[in-house]
Write a protein that binds this ligand. Sequence first.
Ligand code: SF4
Length: 369
Amino acid sequence: MSGRDTGSGQTVPDSFCHKNYPATSFCDCRSTEALAQTMTHLRITKDSAIPLLGSIYFGVVDRGTSLLQVRPGCGCNLNCPFCSVDAGPASTTRATSYEVEREYLVDYVRDIAQFKGDGVECHIDSPGEPMIYPEIAELISDLKSIQGVSAISLQTNGTLLNDHTIAALESAGLDRINLSLHALDPAIAQQLSGVPWFDIEKITDAARAVAASTIDLLIAPVYLPNINDAEIPKLIRFAQEIGAGKRFPPLGIQKFERYKYGRTPKGVKVQSWWQFYNRSLKPWEKEFDCKLIISPQDFGTERRSMLPKVFHKGEKVTVEIRAPGWIRSEQLGVARDRVVSVMGCLKTSGNLRVKIVSTKHGIYVAVPV
Ligand code: SF4
């Protein structure tokens, strides 16, 4: 098979490997250049023979509800110091970013939506910034036309939102934007973005424009105790003032958690879930007369059968290594039409015997045996 070196000693087929992001009106050149310099970029097409199920990094994640996480890629243009997945140009662990061919992704969602039945929400998120995906509006429009799909939502850090992109998302039929916005104070907001060019005024202007459009707005700050305590009340007030949450809740405040491959900012206090609900959310709910403790039911999400699992924990299987992993020392193998993330893997091609160590939500992780 002809191929090219990815920089990590791995050879992948030319058909799905390129190192440059296509320039589109949705792309911010500063961010894409930085990404291209620091990571290998893999384009996953139908021809790549890499399935779109089984990986947390790209494709479709089904957690047993009527909501499907649709992940077209995983690059990010920010370096948030609290990022749970160590994404962004300054990442110290990420080796690869992925971008899925639109038609390939839509075919997968179509099949899974049929299995799920009516009332499916496609939530476009990623371990990164989904707006970097060059065909985001076209993807939304395609997903919207799938029978059984009733809503499309998009997670974004807002840096690529402007009048032009908001209008395109609106005409594509986007129902909701979950905007990750963690502070209104310019210095704190910039510090929490991890990049010098972050412009809070541009983000708040975009938030106002979204709230005034047919797209519903949910503001989703991560609460970082000791860092943005004074900012959360300001964000609640801001969401109320601009008319966020017309169909869905206006705010989705997230609890900060430490993750193995994530980043932890200096000085942050990690709350227990009890503290988060009782010492933070409940008092703010009372102060602002605003529902902040939300559940999947607030978004019309129901329990639905999950796609059957194809491996069980502890099972030993042979996978074919087909692509580099997202983090260094990881490779992506394929077996039974699923991606298997093989951790601590030195082999970069060929068949490998592995032991499945995790199958949660149909995300398969294994180690070599
Ligand atoms: S928290 Fe989100 S926006 Fe920030 S670096 Fe991580 S993926 Fe990007």
